[in-house]
Design a protein around this ligand. Structure first.
Ligand SMILES: C[C@@H](NS(C)(=O)=O)c1cncc(N2C(=O)c3ccc(Cl)cc3C2(C)C)c1
Length: 478
């Protein structure tokens, strides 16, 4: 029998017809500014998707953006990113680099400049070969963290330790990423962590906190509206660059005196390859140093909290770790690849607590999203926080269930916490490896518990973070 012709796809609706949140851009900005909505940006987006549907347009100040949350629209968007994918720039960061005559790292570069640096850096930072080289460095630091916790527990008779892990996690991630980058231990996990590195950690926090209000206002205006905010921002940046410069000088000095024979970190490899000029190496290593602290510490805190309030998941992971260990001594990367549940646990944490709450692109050609025609060059972003908690995308979204990632279900374009494609997070392998090794050693040595089973409220401070850090209890496993 003749099959009826498939209905012609409806002609895409015009861009102007996309539902809009709020009418007047400047009124929006004022409202945002007054109600300090920046910190709840992820929740505002989630509510807007519930109100307007899977696509809506937002104009806040000079910022105009199309927001989507479904995997298929993310796929459409990435298909039109071109060979020089671009996300929204951060004016205030670029302004600082110009002020101090520093080069920009790949995060701030675009076009050919970005691509040439990125391809060179990929080999040492995100490639499997590069990852295998720095993996033992991360493992040593994860083991030292466990030693530090045992030392603290042995100091009290209760044989348990209840602490706010915030500060310790920042010290762990800075110690680990610095060791992988510079091949040098900062000594942050010893009794008296040195003050200079502590100052660096708080400078990264200050810089991120002061970035937020600057995101939506042109810094030219900002300098006059709120000079203290601007001054704090610049001061924090100067501290960050001074710290990174000191680490780089140490390595550069030794390198000039004689090339190290064995692998001594990402920075030394880049110096030896000499494919990037020194000022480009400095600009990128500084980004990696600062970008490797909060971004990796937060998901660890959220994972420990979720495992504390989901003891059955915690037990299942502990069993997987024991199983992986019982296969006898193997190369560490093979051990990590034999722990799918642990890897899915990280995915589950990043689904509910995506460090970067959105992924942004400017499509290079017109793209159809939710049957609307979006012109090339329009800023579009995928709301990761809203997607991760949308019942349209994930069944029982509120349930912390890492096994969902191991089911036969089609999860394509659902795990976007590290972005997508050629411009995805270059620190992805460093972060994943660091977090897996940390959790492997911590879970093998301690049972994690928490009193409060209530959800953690999150705030957006350029990084998604807990409003109040949870209190966790560590009990040694004899
Ligand atoms: C949170 C998320 N935002 S995103 C990229 O998705 O919009 C993110 C993901 N990966 C890395 C970062 N970084 C930082 O935290 C940071 C600090 C100081 C500098 Cl000099 C460079 C950075 C980068 C951009 C590497 C931020």
């Amino acid at each position: 029998s003749s099959t009826a012709p498939a209905p012609a796809p409806a002609r895409p609706l015009p861009y102007e017809a996309i539902p809009r949140s709020g009418r007047n851009a400047w009124l929006n900005l004022l409202r945002f500014w007054r109600s300090n909505s920046f910190q709840r940006f992820h929740l505002v987006m989630q509510r807007n998707f519930q109100r307007y549907g899977p696509i809506y347009r937002e104009t806040v100040g000079t910022y105009n953006c199309v927001n989507v949350l479904l995997p298929r629209d993310a796929a459409q968007l990435f298909q039109s990113e071109g060979i020089f994918p671009r996300r929204m720039g951060i004016e205030s960061w670029v302004a600082h680099r110009r002020l101090r005559n520093h080069k920009c790292g790949i995060f701030l570069l675009n076009g050919e400049e970005w691509r040439s640096d990125r391809l060179i850096l990929n080999k040492e930072v995100i490639s499997p070969a590069g990852t295998r080289k720095f993996l033992p460095f991360l493992n040593a630091v994860a083991q030292d963290f466990v030693t530090l916790m045992h030392r603290r527990i042995s100091k009290n008779t209760r044989r348990s330790l209840t602490i706010d892990l915030y500060g310790d996690l920042f010290r762990f991630t800075l110690e680990a990423s610095s060791y992988a980058l510079y091949g040098e231990r900062l000594g942050l996990l010893e009794e008296s962590p040195n003050a200079e590195s502590q100052r660096f950690i708080s400078a990264v926090e200050t810089m991120l906190r002061t970035t937020l209000p600057l995101l939506f206002i042109p810094p030219g205006l900002m300098r006059w509206v709120n000079t203290k905010l601007w001054r704090d921002h610049i001061e924090a940046w100067d501290t960050i660059f001074k710290h990174a410069d000191k680490c780089i000088q140490n390595i550069y000095q030794e390198f000039c005196l004689g090339q190290p024979r064995k692998y001594s970190g990402i920075m030394a490899e880049l110096l030896m390859q000499a494919e990037l000029p020194l000022d480009s190496i400095k600009a990128n290593i500084t980004e990696f140093t600062a970008g490797g602290v909060d971004t990796t510490a937060m998901p660890l805190l959220f994972t420990l909290f979720e495992l504390a309030r989901n003891p059955s998941v915690q037990t299942a992971i502990r069993r997987e770790i024991a199983e992986a260990e019982s296969q006898g001594p193997r190369e560490l990367s093979k051990v990590l690849n034999s722990m799918p549940l642990l890897k899915s646990t990280l995915k589950e944490t990043l689904r509910l607590y995506p460090v970067g709450i959105t992924v942004q692109r400017y499509p290079t050609k017109d793209v159809v999203l939710q049957n609307y025609c979006v012109p090339a060059g329009t800023l579009c972003q995928v709301g990761l926080y809203a997607m991760g908690r949308s019942p349209e995308v994930f069944s029982n979204p509120e349930r912390y269930d890492p096994l969902r990632w191991l089911s036969k279900e089609d999860n394509s374009f659902k795990a976007l916490a590290f972005g997508f494609g050629a411009r995805q997070c270059i620190g992805r392998r460093l972060a994943e490896t660091e977090m897996m090794l940390f959790l492997m050693h911590v879970l093998r040595n301690f049972r994690i518990d928490t009193v409060s089973k209530a959800d953690i409220k999150t705030v957006f401070g350029f990084i998604l973070m807990p409003e109040k850090p949870p209190l966790l209890t560590f009990r040694p496993i004899d």
